[in-house]
Design a protein around this ligand. Structure first.
Ligand code: ADP
Length: 397
């Protein structure tokens, strides 16, 4: 059985076709610059192909994806009818969606209702869903939300200390992001420990360009570092993470900017990039080697915040069975992992440097064998998780 996973943005469509029997990734890629003069489509199977042509709307992009998937020479299926179901990534499900759901008119309306909470993402998802429904009539489709894993947080964790009416009127509260990844790696960590997920307390550390940390208590999300938007929490590639909220007004006044302009700087020009000019850890390490003090500071600050979150979540959880690193930085940067957890021996957290440096990409521990708290690395796979959710929601085998 084959499942197509779609992640449609405002001007792009990421896609992956998975064989659910073998778990193989049959084809994947992205259509970019939809609506611009010249668009770009990447199509990866055993080989990689790049096509440059205009894609006026999502529809043309999706049609070209289908053409390639079913192409006589390059295709991986004979006919699109071989695709049993489609799973859509949806960034924001607000308080409406606690779990993945099959898409119908009511669900589509719900996703539209959440647009004010994710104005940059949900409109693209809606377009992607509507296009897929048109081009795959009769194929069942499922929405999988980044926020739904975090819906188990209690009000004490998700409410902000601001007038309650703002929550009632505008839905202002913490929602969290990367839920699909946190859920996937939490479950894989439980498997690695050989324990039922419901009995595990795990701190999941998703460190990509966007990054967040979650406290998972008895298998459920108890707290997470991102907030109303993906700007909050730890220091990220270009996003500031948690800062004193008064800074927004302070900058706006001095720079004569609107709040939106300041938030744009905090989103795109801050974080590691704001401190040292780069948001790529490979580059930051190379600069540190050359004695760049700003790069050293940026790395130090980022790891400091990661430790702070891990520490506060450990206290909240009371008992930590495992800490798991994932995503671009979490999977590839031993120095970042080691710095984030250094000097915590008294808390039962010790990293085995040999394992940390030689991780073989399989789910495994990098902690010392006798450490009280297991430290693991698990490569995240959000597409597989979305495909699995799609199959589960539809009761497909
Ligand atoms: P996102 O999906 O949020 O865009 P990723 O999870 O792909 O991000 O992570 C991207 C980041 O991972 C890069 O910006 C870079 O900092 C980091 N990264 C990727 N490869 C390596 C590596 N080999 N060593 C250190 N950091 C890496």
């Amino acid at each position: 059985m084959k499942v197509l996973v779609i992640n449609a943005g405002s001007s792009s469509i990421k896609y992956q076709l998975l064989d659910m029997t073998s778990g193989d990734d049959l084809a994947s890629g992205i259509v970019e610059r939809i609506g611009e003069e010249m668009g770009k489509l990447t199509y990866k199977t055993d080989t990689k192909e790049v096509i440059e042509q205009p894609f006026p709307t999502h529809r043309e992009g999706m049609v070209e994806i289908i053409n390639l998937l079913t192409d006589d020479a390059k295709g991986v299926v004979k006919d699109k009818s071989e695709i049993a179901a489609i799973g859509h990534r949806v960034v924001h499900g607000g308080e409406l969606f606690f779990e993945p759901v099959e898409i119908n008119e009511k669900v589509l309306k719900g996703i539209k209702d959440c647009i004010p909470l994710a104005p940059l993402h949900n409109p693209g998802h809606v377009t992607g869903i509507e296009t897929a429904m048109e081009l795959f009539p009769g194929v069942r489709q499922v929405a999988v939300f980044d926020t739904s894993f975090h819906q188990t947080m209690e009000p004490k964790a998700y409410m902000y200390g601001i007038p309650y009416e703002y929550y009632e009127e505008y839905g202002i509260r913490k929602y969290g992001m990367h839920g699909t990844s946190h859920k996937y790696v939490a479950r894989e960590t439980a498997k690695l420990m050989g324990k039922p997920l419901e009995e595990c307390n795990i701190i999941t550390v998703h460190l990509g360009n966007g990054a967040s940390i979650s406290a998972v208590k008895n298998g459920k999300c108890y707290d997470t570092s991102m907030g109303l938007t993906p700007l909050g929490g730890i220091i990220m590639g270009t996003r500031c993470g948690d800062i004193d909220p008064a800074i927004v007004g302070f900058i706006a006044e001095r720079k004569d900017q609107s709040a939106a302009e300041v938030v744009s700087t905090l989103t795109h020009e801050s974080g590691l990039k704001g401190i040292c000019g780069s948001n790529d850890l490979r580059d930051i390490h190379a600069r540190i080697e050359k004695g760049d003090k700003r790069a050293e500071l940026a790395l130090d600050m980022a790891c400091h915040r990661v430790r702070q979150f891990i520490g506060s979540y450990a206290f909240e959880l009371g008992r930590v069975d495992a800490i798991v690193f994932t995503a671009g930085i979490g999977e590839n940067d031993p120095e970042y992992r080691a710095r984030s957890l250094s000097g915590l021996e008294n808390f039962g957290i010790t990293i085995n440097q040999e394992k940390n440096l030689n991780w073989d990409r399989t789910p495994s521990y990098i902690s010392d064998d006798d450490a009280d708290v297991k430290v693991a690395i698990i490569a995240t796979n959000e597409e597989l998780e979305i495909a699995n959710d799609t199959v589960a929601v539809l009761g497909l085998k």
